[in-house]
Design a protein around this ligand. Sequence first.
Ligand SMILES: [Cu+2]
Length: 708
Amino acid sequence: MKLACIAFLVVSLVVKKTKCGQNCSETDEVCEFYLELDHHLTMMRNNDLVFPYNGHVYKYDVINTSNAVPVDINEVLTADGFEQPRLVAAFNNTLPGPPIIVYENQTVIVHVKNKLKSESVTIHWHGLHQRGTPWMDGVPFVTQCPILPGQTFTYRFIAEPKGTFWYHSHMASQLTMGAFGALIVHEKGEVNAFPEHIMTIQDWNHDWEADIDYMKMLYGVFENRTRLNVSQSIDGTSFSMFMMQSGLINGRGRYYDHNTGKDNGAPLEVFQVQQGQAYRFRVIGSGALYPFRISVDEHNLTIVAADGFDLDSVVVESFIIYPGERFDFILHADKPVSNYWIRGITLEVGKNHTAEAILHYNGAPVRDPTTSRRSCTQDDPCIVVNCPFLYFPASNYINCMTFDQLRAKSDIDPAPVIKPGKFKEFFLNFAFPGTTSTPASVNGLAFEQPSVSAMTQPQELYSSCDRPDCGEDKVCRCTHSISLDYGDIVQMVLLNMGKGKGWSHPIHLHGHSFYVLKMGFGRYDVTTARFMEDDLNIDCRGNPDRTVSFCNNATWANATWLGGNVPGLELKKPPRKDTIIVPTGAYVVIRIRADNPGLWNFHCHVDLHNVDGMQMLVNESFNKIPKPPVGFPMCWNYPSDFRSAMDWTTVDDDSWSANSYKTTIVVLAVILSLEFIVIVGMCIYIRRTNTTRSSERTFLTFENPGYN
Ligand SMILES: [Cu+2]
């Protein structure tokens, strides 16, 4: 990887102000980066397979590791060290991709070259608001056409807001192949900032790749002629058919043999600290599906920010992070000089899946830690932030702090106040409703991806949700959107209820960081922590039996709660987020100001759910969406009825042979003349169209059959 980084640096130096994953200078106005996405294999150094041993990797033909020189791990994508190389799609041959580190309000330019042979890509800059540049949001067929193999596309946007973000492929489940990296936006003029570490954490499956993941999620997983069960969460609800073998922190982890319980000794990420110093850890949930509970042996964690926004700090034993979420914590390196385990454990029942890394105090010997996890006791229970349920089993002595119990750091950013006539409220159920077919959906509407870029080619959309087969207690597939007018104050009640509940979903909104006003949880058995039933403040309507109702058309059970009058909303210091867990049987009340015109994707960040249809569009003041740059790439669909769209009349052989030589000459002459006239005409037309097309766009509206 180091070689790739050097190569990247050489390329980067061609353009001033670009470095290999290093800070752009605070005084720069423009920061320019290059990302190349290509396939690679894990556990290979050039043409040589390597194997893991005792925290190092060695060339495949080494017999005696005691007198052999290990291979530089920076030259290998080790992942979990599993010796059968696994295909990855990685930026600049690093896993994760190189961090992009800039300052707020700088102009960021990223040239993305797609070197994959058979897959297209787009990159989403997760958490950035793309104010004024919604067509740089990187959602395929929503904000742009995909970047095809061999093509290069240049993203250009303003780094805003400040905080911990990340970039990742938004093409189907491609990010599960490794196509992501950190994106850090620093505050300008920041003083006394702590030294920092970036930490991505993810589940890892070394058997499959993105599309196999999806197919096995749909159709099941078999081992030794036995169907494997869906993995279960602590509260008795489900995770997935998707299996993980290992957890990775900054692209490194260890594979544990499930029969022996022993790990394979693969190298791990090492975070160096100086005793007496405090550090800011920026943690990014970059996984496919499983959440992790993160702790550091013998150290408390002070949570100070989530999804880029500062929080009233809380000191905790651990926190839970789902794919798409970010948490920043301060770690005080005030313990004896030694090595300590950093652990990320999943919330699965009966599985021992851990992502590991090493906290290494300068001066300590270089070796694996021997520390133990803190035990939580009745007298000294552990506090865990961001639980997707209310309780751990009582015998665990772990107290949950759910995200709505956190507060923003200051009261200068209160919740948007409702204005008469400008308030809209939506109930959105993220679930798997259905009977014979149970697609991932929002209100029973499984998302159908447009065939062209919806924002820049809205006149070519067609898949309406306004159909008889869509509606209450029905499921259908269509291009689902809700429309907001500029200046609306929008309250959304995110649900996970009715027949399709059972899996918690990290829901991500593009273009905004919403205010989290309240979470309502279902009922649990306090002793066993098992989930019992939905929060009954939501009326699912539809079938009166809510275990049967699809909950596609929900509302408040108490009608006086409509109009923003929900009791218990935090309006003074609501925390802000762009990705929030919607637990099974629960609801989350969020609010935004519709002040950022765009066509924003709103979806589950479990990519496998997203691909299956758990996404929709927020069509925000479409007629105010700014014009894309001149020459912004377009894409074209194939006509749905190609027989009528193309003239398939074949030339009659007899009439063709009867044509005389003279006739042919005359016809050719006429054709050549016409061609000359047409070419001249087209040149003039193209020149005129290029200068006028972008201005015409502002008159397009989203009022077409494709959107309800
Ligand atoms: Cu989901």
